[in-house]
Design a protein around this ligand. Structure first.
Ligand code: FMN
Ligand code: FE2
Ligand code: FE2
Length: 396
């Protein structure tokens, strides 16, 4: 008996993916506290079989063993590549070698990437255009281009029979433990963290993709990481809000401090916001989990940045975190800065420039020489109140 778990989502549609329980970092940047999965799906038709996405390199034998429980891996006719990133496409060469008749199915941009990244020869690629279909016999796959979610070539695959959408990274989350969304209590938190890390910089493309699929009958959403959504409305509604950049009365506070002067201003501003009924999330940057910060930013209306001056500018840890925040393009509307310096200063100017370049309205910035005095703290409290008013006066 084969102990490997293969799940049938719908008639002749199988999850044949792999769980990576111990993966702790993605893209050399984002921590994965709950591991992840690489979801690959097998669709068995009367005439043809298709494999939708593959798995991260290192898991190819596991995928092969799982497919073998259903069909001979040499009988897979099409390998659908929704996305060329190696966590889904990295084992395509293994399967193309194993099975000389299989064709790779992808967009025209995907074809170029498959050649560049995975050395798939042109003659083994079938390029499909937007809305094109492939008939497997009793099963029809439709391809929906969804570019820049989050690479240029990304597309979704839709199986009409049963209404199953395979959107690859879109709607994904990094959770190893469960097959279905209803098996993870805090699924929406993981999904928001994933959205923030991967999709938030491309919110406008996400909105376009959501618009494109709005009339499809979708009963199951089967992404390439984490649980499969049976409760499709929940994730669709959340994605609509996140893609539109709807914010709450919430502030994300990030800071670093060498000798605690900056921290002596961060705590009163955080407490002032909280006493004004603003939801706060506070992260000390040398110990913070970047994914947690990003998850908070998805719905935060404001950001508070605390950094001392070090070497004439922002502390390098605060600088790199703020640059990452900028690159992720959160919907944050308002900002405040608190900072301590020893002699010439420089951090506040740089912090304000950075926040302004993110289209954040900097409501105020306080720069104090050495530790803050009582009157400095009073000013910080006033800044907290001003920021709270701004947050509350904005409708979304
Ligand atoms: C490594 C290091 C570099 C610093 N560079 C500068 C600087 O270039 N200009 C300046 O005004 N202060 C500089 N300072 C002084 C700090 O900004 C000052 O001590 C400040 O109060 C520290 O705030 P903190 O307690 O929040 O870390 C430096 C301090 C350290 C430890
Ligand atoms: Fe990806
Ligand atoms: Fe991925």
């Amino acid at each position: 008996m084969n102990w490997r778990n293969v799940a049938e989502l719908s008639e002749d549609v199988y999850w044949v993916g792999a769980r990576d329980w111990n993966r702790r970092l993605f893209d050399a940047l984002i921590p994965l506290p709950k591991g992840t999965t690489y979801n690959s799906y097998l669709v068995v038709g009367e005439k043809k079989n298709a494999l939708i996405d593959t798995v991260n390199p290192g898991f190819e034998k596991e995928l092969e063993a799982k497919i073998s429980q259903i069909v001979d891996p040499r009988d897979v006719d099409c390998i659908i590549m929704n996305h060329a990133e190696p966590d889904h496409a990295g084992t395509i060469p293994h399967f193309m070698h194993l099975n000389s008749k299989a064709m790779l199915v992808t967009t025209s941009r995907g074809a170029k990437m498959a050649e560049t990244f995975h050395k798939v020869p042109e003659k083994r690629i079938r390029i499909v255009s937007d809305q094109e279909t492939i008939e497997l016999g009793g099963k029809t796959l439709r391809f929906i281009e969804a570019p820049m979610l989050h690479w240029p070539e990304t597309m979704f695959t839709y199986l009409s029979q049963g209404g199953i959408l395979f959107p690859c990274d879109f709607f994904g989350s990094h959770v190893a433990k469960a097959l279905y969304d209803d098996e993870v209590e805090d699924l929406i938190v993981h999904a928001r963290r994933y959205f923030g890390e991967i999709m938030m910089p491309f919110r406008n493309m996400a909105e376009k993709a959501l618009e494109k699929i709005k009339d499809l009958e979708i009963n199951i959403i089967a992404p390439s990481h984490g649980p499969i959504h049976r409760n499709t409305q929940r994730i669709l509604k959340a994605y609509k809000r996140w893609a539109r950049g709807e914010t709450r009365q919430k502030a994300t506070i990030i800071y670093v401090t060498m000798w605690k002067s900056t921290e002596k201003m961060i705590h009163p501003i955080a407490e002032t916001l909280a006493s004004e009924d603003i939801e706060i999330a506070l992260h000390e940057l040398t110990s913070a989990d970047v994914g947690d910060i990003v998850e908070d930013l998805v719905e935060s209306r404001a950001i508070v940045l605390g950094t001392p001056t070090a070497l004439g500018g922002m502390h390098p840890v605060a600088l790199s975190a703020t640059q990452l925040v900028k690159a992720l393009r959160p919907p944050t509307k308002f900002g405040a800065v608190v900072s301590s310096y020893g002699w010439g200063g420089g951090a506040v100017r740089q912090a304000k420039e950075l926040l302004t370049s993110m289209k954040v309205e900097v409501v105020g910035a306080i720069e104090v020489k050495g530790p803050p005095s009582e009157s400095d703290v009073e000013q910080v409290i006033e800044l907290g109140k001003t920021l709270a008013r701004k947050i509350k006066n904005e409708s979304h």
